[in-house]
Write a protein that binds this ligand. Structure first.
Ligand SMILES: Nc1ncnc2c1ncn2[C@@H]1O[C@H](COP(=O)(O)OP(=O)(O)OP(=O)(O)O)[C@@H](O)[C@H]1O
Length: 275
C-alpha cells in the first residue's frame, strides 16, 4: 500500500461537511441513529443517537456500563450494530472492520498507548501504510522510502508542536506523554474525517495529560473533529465544545460545558435529572 496521509491532501472534514444549503442546518460529520448492540441477554446500546459536528471536540461520558465503548466500537467498525444507521458526511456507511473505517477516514487513538515500542517515530506513523521507493525499487524490490517517511513524520510532529530532540531511536525510550503524542500525530496525519480518542490521558500523569489536552486542541485547530471518551470530568470541561452524555445505552443529552456545571452533567449521567 502506498497511501498518502490525509493531512497531505488539501481536503479536510470541515471543508466537505458543512451547512446544508436547503435547511441552513450544520450537517454532522458523523451521525448515528437508533444504534442497538446486544451481547446475548445484555443490551449495550439501546437505540443510541450520535452527532459529531464539523471542527468540534465532542466528549462522550457516562457511567460504567453506559455503552460508551459499544458506541465507539460501532463508530469505528470494531463491532457491527444489530440495528441502526451511521452516516459519514451525509452518506450512509456500513463499516465491515476497523480497517474499513480507517480507509474511510476515521482514526482511533487508544488509551493503552498503542504504538510499536521497538520502532522509531516514522515507522510508527507509517505502520501498515509504508511508503515505497519510486520505480522498480519500490514495486519489485519493495524497498521503503525511509527518508521521505522521516521528513513527512517530522513535519506532522511539528504541525502539532510535539517537540522532540530526535526523530530516531525506538519510541519505547520516549515518555508516556510523548508516546501518546506519536499516536495522536499518526491519527491526525491519516484521518480525513474524524479522530476518536479513547481515554487518551488515562495512563498519564498530570503534566503529560495537559500536553495531550493541548494536542487535542491542535488537532481541532487543524479542522479535524475529535471524539474524546473520558471519565475525567475536569479534562472534559477543559477541552470539549460539547458533551454527549451516555446513559443506559442511549444518549441522555448533549450539553455545552459553557452552559452547565459538572454537577449538572453528573445529574444527567446518573438519571437524577432528565433533559
Ligand atoms: N463483549 C461483551 N459481551 C457481553 N457483554 C458486554 C460486552 N461488551 C460490553 N458488554 C456489556 O454491555 C454493557 C455496556 O458496556 P460498554 O463497555 O459499552 O460500556 P462503557 O460505558 O464503555 O463502560 P466502561 O466505562 O465500564 O468501560 C455493559 O453491561 C457490559 O457489561
Amino acid at each position: 500500500m502506498n497511501q498518502k496521509p490525509a493531512a497531505d491532501e488539501k481536503q479536510s472534514a470541515t471543508q466537505e461537511a458543512g451547512t446544508n444549503e436547503e435547511t441552513g442546518l450544520v450537517q454532522p460529520v458523523m451521525k448515528a441513529r437508533g444504534l442497538v448492540q446486544r451481547y446475548g441477554p445484555v443490551t449495550a446500546l439501546d437505540g443510541c443517537d450520535f452527532d459529531l459536528l464539523p471542527g468540534e471536540v465532542l466528549a462522550v461520558i457516562g457511567d460504567n456500563g453506559a455503552g460508551k465503548s459499544s458506541l465507539i466500537k460501532a463508530l469505528t467498525g470494531a463491532a457491527r450494530p444489530d440495528e441502526g444507521q451511521i452516516w459519514l458526511d451525509g452518506k450512509e456507511v456500513h463499516f465491515k472492520s476497523p480497517l474499513d473505517a480507517r480507509r474511510q477516514g476515521i482514526e482511533t487513538v487508544y488509551q493503552n498507548l498503542a504504538v510499536a515500542p521497538a520502532l522509531d517515530i516514522a515507522s510508527n506513523l507509517y505502520l501498515g501504510r509504508e511508503k515505497r521507493r519510486k520505480g522498480v525499487l519500490g514495486t519489485v524490490f519493495r524497498m521503503l522510502d525511509k527518508p521521505a517517511m522521516k521528513t513527512a513524520s517530522a513535519r506532522h510532529m511539528a504541525e502539532l508542536n510535539i517537540g522532540l530532540q530526535s526523530m530516531g531511536g525506538a519510541v519505547e525510550n520516549l515518555s508516556g506523554g510523548q508516546r501518546q503524542g506519536v499516536a495522536v500525530a499518526r491519527a491526525a496525519a491519516w484521518a480525513s474525517h474524524v479522530v476518536i480518542m479513547d481515554e487518551p490521558t488515562a495512563a498519564l500523569g498530570v503534566k503529560e495529560s495537559a500536553q495531550v489536552l493541548e494536542l487535542i486542541g491542535k488537532v481541532r485547530e487543524r479542522g479535524l473533529p475529535v471524539v474524546l471518551i473520558s471519565h475525567n470530568m475536569p479534562h472534559v470541561f477543559e477541552i470539549a465544545d460539547r458533551i454527549h452524555i451516555q446513559r443506559l445505552g442511549r444518549r441522555a443529552g448533549v450539553v455545552k460545558p459553557s452552559d452547565h456545571t459538572m454537577s449538572d452533567v453528573v445529574a444527567i449521567m446518573t438519571g437524577a435529572v432528565q433533559i
